[in-house]
Design a protein around this ligand. Sequence first.
Ligand code: TYM
Length: 331
Amino acid sequence: MRVVSGIQPTGDLHLGNLLGAILRWVKMQDETECLFFLADMHALTIEGEPAQLRRNVREMAAALIASGIDPEKSTVFAHSHVPEHAELQWILSCTARMGWLNRMTQFKAKSGKNKEAASVGLFTYPVLQAADVLLYNATHVPVGDDQKQHIELARDIAMKFNNDFNVELFTAPEPYIGGGTAARVMSLRDGTEKMSKSAESDMTRINLTDDDDTIATKIKKARTDPEPLPGNAEGLEGRAEARNLVGIMAALTDRDIDEVLGDFEGQGFGAFKPALADALIARLSPLRSRLLELREDTAQLDSILDSGAQKARELAAPTLAEAKKAVGLSR
Ligand code: TYM
C-alpha cells in the first residue's frame, strides 16, 4: 500500500481541504508509506503572480506541517521540483483520449463560458494529476469527492497504457474518499456550493489562518433555516445548509450526524452555532499558532522540501525509465 496525494498551493488551506483531505492524510502517515506534494505546476492553470506562487508553496508546506503532516514520516515536496512528473505527463497525454478529458466536470466548471479562451494546461491538467500518482505506483489516493473523477481518469490511463504496451507497469490507484460531510464540505453561505479557495467571498469558508473571532463571526453569519434541529440525519433532508453545519461538527469531533443531533434535538441554530464555533476554535487555534510560527522559518521549510524532492525523485526515476522503455524512448 502506498498513499500519494496533493494540494494546490493557491490561497489558504480551508476547512474543506482539512476535513476532506489533510486530517485524513495525517492519520494515514502512521499506517503506511505516504507522499504528499504541493501541486505548484497545477497552480499555473490559474492566473496569478509568480512571486505569490513562490510564497504560497512555502506557506502551504507550513500549513500541512502545522496540521500534523510529519516530514519525518511522510515525503513532502513540490511537484515542480521533481521533473519526472512533467516528463511522464507527456507520455501519458499520448495515452489519454480527448473524449476522456472532455468529460471532466472540473474543466467545464473552471473554464467558464468561453472554452476557447481556456488554457491548454487547464484542459490537460488531469493528465498531470495522473502522472503525479502513477509515477509512485500509488495504491490509494485520499481526496475529497471533487477529485474522484480525476483519480478515475488516472486508473483508465494506467490500464490503457499497460494494455497498449503490454506491460504491467502502472498500478491503477483507488480514490480514497472520507465518509459523510468530510467528503464535500459546503460553502457557509450556500449549501449547494462546495467550500473552495476560489469563491469570491471569504465568508463562505473557514481558513486555517482565521483568528478565533473571525471563526465565530463566520459561523454566526452562516446561512441556516429557522427550523429546530431534528433527532436524526433523515430530518435534515432538503436542508443543505443545516446538514453541512451539523456534518462539520460531526467530522470535527469524529462522531456521526445522528450522535451530534442527539445532543441538539429540538434546539435551534441559536444554540448550535456557538457550540460549533467553540469546537472549531478548539481544533483550529493550535494549528494556526503552529502555522504562524513555522511560516517564518523559511530555511527549515526549504530544507524539508529539498529533501522531500530528493526522496521522491529516487522513487520516480525507475518508473519513468520503465515508461520510456515501454514506448520506445530509450536505446
Ligand atoms: P485542491 O488543491 O483543490 O484540494 C486539495 C484537497 O482538498 C479536497 N477538498 C475538499 N474536500 C472536501 N470538501 C471540500 N469543500 C473540499 N475542497 C477541496 C480536494 O478534494 C483535495 O483532496 N487537483 C488537486 C490537486 C492534485 C492532486 C494530485 C490530488 C494534483 N495532483 C494527485 C491527488 C492526487 C486539487 O486541485 O486539489
